[in-house]
Design a protein around this ligand. Structure first.
Ligand code: SF4
Length: 386
């Protein structure tokens, strides 16, 4: 054991193991589920600080200083027949979320214009309903996707619930849809605690239809609902197996009126640890910090990049406000991160591309030969972030 100025001793054996796993990922080897769960179960501030150091190196190697920005527009709000227990838009709960039907095309195009003006790469059209079938709704959504694609300013993404037929997924692909968001939310074990009106398997099946249509998968989850570290780990490995390209991580912002309204907020260091573990397990994927960032992390938001995040949702969330985009852009500028790069079509996730030489940026903590040198630590030992 090493002693520090803080009361708690640091377990040097954990440092060694974290470093070994970090080197393993940097060398292009996958973690096993057991190794991933070991990381998710780390608890001390010293261990988590060490984990962040390595997650940052992994991000630097595979993502450089590039940051993907996305935003969303709620094209149909509230009154959803599903009962996801965290959600303000479920008709099962009394919340103050607005309710309106499918918006017109002009509203969608105005959102695309605004997103482009803010340097955002992708705009997701999001609807609160069970899913999308063939019919007039699909026709209208496809027209909007085609218009955004024609405009060429932002990538048109979508999050339109479950897709039960391959024909619908194929039609979306033909309309120019490149990437579809459908979160698995949590592990299959914990999912019944989150939703009872559809199953985890329904969600997996939607992702399979999308994949078969050639649409990139954006799928992640929400933390802070009472799930265990192992549930989070299982989610990360499920997403790896399914080949998710973008992995949005949401952190519960309890909504009055929902069954999860009284869940205790996650500690910021627990959030950063989760982001870091996802980076270890999914080194090349776009790991996006999405809902609950401002309310849960407050002054520690910028540490998400040291924890391995490579993407950020900017602009307002579906039912809760975000901080102004200008503030996020300033944060990225201060960190030396580049948000205006993403017209790439996920080429940095191509396996044929190399294991990169680390890109220089102020967040690159440098020499990986001396992982426990204090000089390289963004969070001094004994003065952890939480
Ligand atoms: S399906 Fe989506 S909109 Fe509907 S309740 Fe669940 S999370 Fe909310």
């Amino acid at each position: 054991m090493l002693s520090t100025m803080s009361a708690k001793p640091i377990d040097a054996t954990n440092f060694v193991r974290i470093a070994e796993l970090g080197r393993q990922v940097l060398a292009g080897h996958d973690l096993t589920p057991e190794e991933g769960c070991w990381l998710f179960r780390l608890e001390s501030r010293g261990d988590i600080s060490e984990l962040l150091v390595w997650a940052n190196r992994i991000r630097e190697q595979f993502k450089g200083n590039k940051v993907h920005l996305c935003s969303i527009v709620n094209v149909k709000s509230g009154g959803c027949p599903e009962d996801c227990r965290f959600c303000a838009q479920s008709a099962a709960y009394e919340t103050s979320s607005p309710r309106y039907g499918l918006v017109d095309q002009d509203t969608v195009l105005a959102a695309a214009k605004e997103a482009a003006a803010n340097g955002v790469a992708a705009l997701g059209l999001v609807a609160a309903w069970r899913g999308l079938d063939e019919g007039p709704m699909l026709d209208q959504v496809c027209r909007s996707l085609e218009e955004i694609k024609r405009g060429g300013q932002v990538r048109a993404d979508a999050s339109l619930g479950m897709i039960k037929s391959q024909k619908v997924a194929d039609r979306l692909a033909q309309s120019g849809l490149e990437c579809y968001n459908h979160n698995l939310e949590t592990s299959p074990r914990f999912f019944p605690q989150v939703c009872t009106t559809h199953t985890y398997e329904d969600r997996v099946q939607t992702l399979k239809h999308l994949k078969q249509a050639g649409i990139k998968i954006c799928s992640g989850g929400i933390f802070g609902m009472g799930e265990t570290p192992d549930d989070r780990c299982d989610l990360a490995f499920a997403l790896k197996r399914l080949g998710a390209h973008v992995v949005p991580l949401n952190f519960l912002s309890p909504i009055p009126g929902t069954p999860f309204a009284h869940c205790a907020p996650l500690a910021p260091l627990e959030i950063l640890k989760s982001v870091a573990c996802f980076r270890f397990i999914l080194p090349k994927q776009e790991i996006t910090v999405a809902g609950g960032r401002v309310v849960n992390l407050r002054d520690l938001q910028s540490l998400i990049f040291l924890a391995g995040a490579s993407a950020l949702m900017v602009g307002n969330y579906l039912t809760t406000p975000n901080q102004p985009v200008e503030k996020d852009l300033q944060m990225l500028k201060d960190l030396g991160l580049d948000p205006k790069w993403d017209k790439h079509g996920f080429s940095d996730q191509d396996d044929r591309r190399h294991r990169a030489t680390p890109h220089p940026s102020p967040l690159n903590l440098g020499n990986i030969q001396h992982p426990t040198s204090n000089a390289q630590h963004p969070i001094p030992r004994g003065e952890g972030a939480a």
